[in-house]
Design a binder for this molecule. Structure first.
Ligand SMILES: Nc1ncnc2c1ncn2[C@@H]1O[C@H](COP(=O)(O)OP(=O)(O)O)[C@@H](O)[C@H]1O
Ligand SMILES: [Mg+2]
Length: 272
């Protein structure tokens, strides 16, 4: 999936460690994402997916190891430099796992319009693009509601809308389909599927193994802050040993009377 000789990866993490007051969240983790790739991060609760997304997004900083964006180090110092900060923030859209962190405007419309207003888009264009995005996320009827008073799933849709409205070329999505009803969930999956073959680069943390093949070209399996496995969704989904070890399968569902790992096209992983 490399794009041409010598093109730097969109994101690269090398030997990244991160701790929350003594709790190890990332432990010497290395990964890379090429331009136009859709990469999924899968792993049990607490395996480090959200922390990795925050570190890639330049919202938390590795205590050892390096993170780079298009070959440039993402460090606290670099982000203080406006010539790096503004293009980085504009090109990389981030959806947080917890939408409460993301929503701060007084109405849903203003929330979704906020980014475009900041970028100084023409008013008519903002109105049109915001309406389109509200429609797509099924939240047009919520336009005058206060985001912080919505249900969890509604908040998630508003947060997604506020990211997607800017159509960023790189997306870091932390559990974009969690807490969504099935209709909205498949809408989001369709959107992620439509981004196959670039040019957008998409990194998605997810628990939803059923849609992995639709939303990702490649995935990393995280386990205790490390990469436990990597490969195409097909390869990873068929690696029962890896998935079981990573806590992504319920072992009692895999007694097929043989010791060898079997391909599982019938997808009987449940909620993780
Ligand atoms: N704010 C925090 N304070 C302390 N520990 C945290 C905090 N956030 C996450 N952790 C810990 O860091 C590890 C990785 O968490 P996280 O990145 O949220 O994993 P995931 O997104 O895969 O569920 C877990 O052990 C978790 O308990
Ligand atoms: Mg998480």
């Amino acid at each position: 999936m490399s794009n041409g000789a010598g093109a730097p990866p969109v994101f690269e993490a090398r030997g990244v460690s991160y701790r929350y007051r003594g709790v190890a969240a990332l432990d010497g983790l290395s990964m890379r994402v090429e331009r136009g790739e859709r990469v999924a991060l899968i792993g049990a609760n607490g395996s480090g997916k959200s922390t990795l997304i925050r570190v890639l997004a330049g919202l938390a900083f590795a205590e050892s190891g390096q993170v780079s964006f298009l070959g440039e180090a993402v460090t606290q110092e670099r982000l203080r430099d406006e010539s790096f900060f503004f293009p980085f923030r504009r090109r990389v859209g981030v959806l947080f796992q917890n939408p409460d962190v993301q929503l701060f405007n007084t109405s849903v419309f203003d929330e979704v319009a906020f980014g475009p207003l900041q970028l100084g888009w023409p008013r008519d264009e903002i109105r049109a693009v915001v309406e389109r995005t509200l429609d797509r996320m099924g939240i047009a009827h919520l336009r005058n509601r206060a985001p912080h008073r919505l249900s969890g799933g509604e908040k998630k849709r508003v947060a997604l809308a506020s990211v997607l409205v800017l159509d960023p070329e790189v997306l870091l999505l932390d559990e974009p389909t969690a807490a969504l009803d099935p209709g909205t969930q498949s809408e989001v999956v369709r959107l992620l599927a439509s981004w196959a073959n670039g040019p957008r680069t998409v990194i998605t943390a997810t628990h939803d193994l059923d849609t992995l093949e639709e939303i990702a070209d490649r995935c990393y399996v995280l386990e205790r802050g490390r990469i436990a496995g990597e490969g195409s969704p097909m390869t990873v989904l068929h690696d029962v040993g890896l998935l079981t070890e990573a806590g992504l399968l319920r072992p009692q569902h895999h007694k097929h009377g043989r010791d060898v790992a079997q391909p599982h096209p019938h997808a009987h992983w449940g909620e993780v």
